[in-house]
Design a protein around this ligand. Structure first.
Ligand SMILES: [Zn+2]
Length: 406
């Protein structure tokens, strides 16, 4: 069982921290979230909503019921109990129906601001671009945020997770200044308390951060998916990117007075990229890299972005954030990678592949490599297929046997 205690505040110089003791069976861990002192009045200690959302996926995967000592907003508990848990557990082999025990309470209805994340990726700049100076004044973004709830993870371990985090926080300050928007910098030990795969749980961790400032937000635009709404999917949701069912989860996490949007789902990532290729803040500050605090040019996200910019004929617009000359002199590497993505049936990169095909960009040396890439990908796909066919129990037995002898 997981017990969520009543949160309490503590101060440290100009920062204010909201702490919550969470008991995992008998083990106590203190989950904290902190922000600049000027946002102190907006930190929510009257509801356990943030903690329930933040811990929900973990509890379902560990089959642990939740008891909350702080009230939960009625609509949120209804949405989670009646819609989200039954839907997810129905289509996941490793998620379980759990019981949540909590007093229910009315929504706080205090938020007056609109926000979105400022990770400086394609989705993030697209969300900002679409919510500044629009005809819908009350929907425009008033603040941007940078949170530390899982995005700065193991993928940066070679360069240094803390180093990437600090350098990105610094850069984000510049971006917010350039955009003339106020930046809310938050910090948390969330990812060391609730250890889960970031890809499968980022919606929960990000909404945890949003709900920590539940009394601040009226609308929040959460932009995470490279696929449009036609790819909504909850089948096998425990082994896939949780953004694929955000239309459902974010609807369940929205309550009267706080609406969280699955932002940009009407567009593919290619369409989002097209939208911001002439947007100066993106040209100056785009950061997509999975390796370091600047763009490395060669990790999968850098490659994806570079081939997309090439497909759109806008490479030179991004010469201050990518080494465009390297790309131009080593196109064969990127073309091979794009072919691999095609043969591996990666749907995010397929629209770019189609443009390359249509415009006859695959010429010269690359043609020699195609059959080899095809065979390599077929072998990988076949191996994956065989692995998936082996029942989980057999895999576990094998693991135990290996463990005994090693
Ligand atoms: Zn990179």
């Amino acid at each position: 069982m997981i017990r969520i205690s009543k949160p309490f505040l503590s101060e440290n110089n100009n920062r204010i921290r909201c702490n919550c003791d969470i008991y995992f069976n008998k083990e106590k861990k203190t989950l904290w979230f902190e922000v600049d002192k000027k946002y102190a009045d907006y930190l929510c200690v009257e509801r356990g909503d943030a903690y329930l959302i933040g811990i929900l996926h973990y509890a379902m995967s560990k089959k642990m019921d939740i008891v909350c000592d702080v009230p939960i907003t009625e609509e949120l508990l209804y949405n989670i109990n009646k819609i989200l848990i039954p839907s997810l557990t129905k289509y996941a082999k490793t998620l379980y129906k759990i019981t949540i025990t909590a007093e229910i309470a009315k929504p706080l209805m205090k938020g007056q601001h609109n926000g979105t994340g400022c990770s400086c990726g394609i989705d993030s700049f697209s969300a900002i671009f679409n919510h500044m100076n629009t005809e819908y004044k009350n929907m425009d973004v008033t603040h941007v945020c940078i949170n530390n709830v899982g995005a700065f993870n193991e993928c940066y371990s070679k360069y240094g997770i803390e180093k990437v985090k600090n350098e990105r926080y610094q850069k984000t300050k510049e971006v917010a200044k350039f955009l003339k928007l106020e930046l809310i910098e938050t910090d948390s030990n969330y990812q060391s308390i609730i250890c889960e795969n970031h890809l499968m749980t980022h919606t929960y961790s990000s909404v945890f951060a949003i709900y920590m400032l539940q009394k601040f937000w009226r609308n929040y635009y959460y932009a995470s998916s490279g696929l449009d709404y036609s790819h909504f999917n909850i089948v096998d949701n425990d082994i896939d990117d949780c953004s694929h069912y955000e239309l459902l989860s974010l609807q369940c996490f929205s309550i009267p007075g706080l609406k969280i949007y699955s932002e940009g789902g009407e567009k593919t990532r290619l369409e989002k990229t097209k939208e911001i290729v002439d947007y100066q803040p993106a040209q100056k500050y785009l950061h997509v890299c999975l390796e370091k605090s600047t763009n490395c040019n060669i990790c999968s996200k850098c490659m994806r972005t570079l081939v997309t910019l090439d497909a759109l004929g806008k490479l030179d617009n991004f010469s201050s954030v990518f080494d465009i000359n390297y790309y131009k002199n080593n196109k064969i590497i990127y073309y091979k990678w794009l072919y691999e993505q095609h043969f591996m049936k990666n749907i995010i990169n397929e629209p770019v592949f189609k443009i390359f095909k249509k415009e006859n960009k695959f010429r010269g040396k690359i043609l020699i490599y195609i059959p080899f890439i095809y065979i390599k990908c077929k072998i990988i796909l076949f191996t994956k297929h065989i692995k998936n066919k082996i029942p989980q129990t057999t895999k576990n037995k094998k693991k135990k046997i290996v463990g005994k002898h090693s």
